[in-house]
Design a protein around this ligand. Structure first.
Ligand code: MG
Length: 258
C-alpha cells in the first residue's frame, strides 16, 4: 500500500509548517520503514519529524453524519449535511500531543475517515465525485464539547491548536476498498467506537456535491466525514488511537496546556 507522508528534516520545525518551509519534505513510507523522497534520497522514520500528511487550504467537516452519533448527543438526525470548518492551524501529526485547553472541561475524541482532494473543483456532481478524490486518511476531530454547546456554533469548540490530528499517511483511493472501512477508536487500548463507513447518512459523493455547490476545493484539501457513535472524554495522559481498517492507525496522547 502506498503511504504518502510529510515530514521535516529538523526537529524544531512547527507541526503546522507549510510545504514552502525549507525543511519540509514529502515522501513515501516504504514497507521496510524507510522514507523515500521524490529525488531518490532516503531517510529513517526515526530521524525525521512527522508532520500532518496533508497541508490543506481548508478542512471541511461534516457534523452528525452517523444517525446513532446524532442521537447519542441528543440531536436530531439531519436531513442534509451539516458543514463546519476546522482551521489549518488545528492540524497536528501522528504521535504529536493533543493539548487539552485550560478553557475546556470536556474534550472529546471523534474518529473519522478523511478524504484527500486531488483536483481543484467546483460544482462537482455526485456521479463524478470519484474523479476529484486523491485518497483517504484518518482524522480525529477533537472537540471541546462544553464550549461547542455553550457557543451554539462550533468555531471555538472545534478550532483549538492540535485539535485535528491527521495521518499518519494518506493512501490513493485505487489501493483501498472504501466500502470495507470501519472506524475504530480506542482510548488507552479500550474500544470506544466501531462502525462501518456504510453507516454514513450522507456518502462521500453526496458530501462533495454539497460542499462544491458552495466553494472551490483545492488539491490537498481535507474533508472529515463525521464520526460514528461512542464519542467520549479525553483526559491528560490518555492515548487515543483512531484506526480505519485497511488504511492505518492515528495515535496521539493528550497533554496539559502549559
Ligand atoms: Mg466530527
Amino acid at each position: 500500500m502506498t503511504r504518502y507522508i510529510r515530514f521535516a528534516l529538523e526537529p524544531g520545525v512547527p507541526v503546522t509548517a507549510p510545504d514552502a518551509h525549507p525543511s519540509v519534505r514529502r515522501g513515501l513510507l516504504e514497507e521496510d520503514g524507510r522514507i523515500r523522497m521524490p529525488d531518490g534520497a532516503t531517510a529513517a522514520l526515526n530521524q525525521v519529524k512527522l508532520l500532518p500528511c496533508v497541508s490543506p487550504s481548508k478542512i471541511v467537516c461534516v457534523g452528525r453524519n452517523y444517525a446513532d452519533h446524532a442521537k447519542e448527543l441528543g440531536n436530531q438526525v439531519p436531513t442534509e449535511p451539516i458543514l463546519f470548518f476546522k482551521p489549518p492551524s488545528s492540524l497536528t501529526a501522528h504521535g504529536a500531543a493533543i493539548v487539552h485547553p485550560a478553557l475546556s472541561e470536556l474534550v472529546s475524541f471523534e474518529g473519522e475517515v478523511g478524504v484527500v482532494i486531488g483536483a481543484r473543483c467546483r460544482h462537482v456532481k455526485a456521479a463524478n465525485a470519484e474523479s476529484v478524490i486523491a485518497g483517504y486518511t484518518v482524522v480525529n476531530d477533537i472537540t471541546a464539547r462544553d464550549i461547542q454547546k455553550r457557543d451554539g456554533q462550533w468555531t471555538r469548540g472545534k478550532g483549538f491548536d492540535t485539535f485535528c490530528p491527521v495521518g499518519p499517511w494518506w493512501t490513493p483511493k485505487e489501493e483501498v476498498d472504501f466500502a470495507s472501512f470501519r472506524v475504530k477508536t480506542r482510548v488507552n487500548g479500550e474500544l470506544k467506537q466501531d462502525a462501518p463507513v456504510t453507516d454514513m447518512l450522507f456518502p462521500v459523493a453526496a458530501i462533495l456535491e454539497y460542499v462544491t455547490a458552495v466553494m472551490t476545493l483545492e488539491p490537498g484539501d481535507l474533508i472529515a466525514t463525521g464520526t460514528p457513535p461512542g464519542v467520549g472524554p479525553l483526559a491528560v495522559n490518555d492515548t487515543v488511537a483512531v484506526e480505519v481498517t485497511g488504511l492505518g492507525t492515528l495515535e496521539n496522547t493528550v497533554a496539559a496546556q502549559r
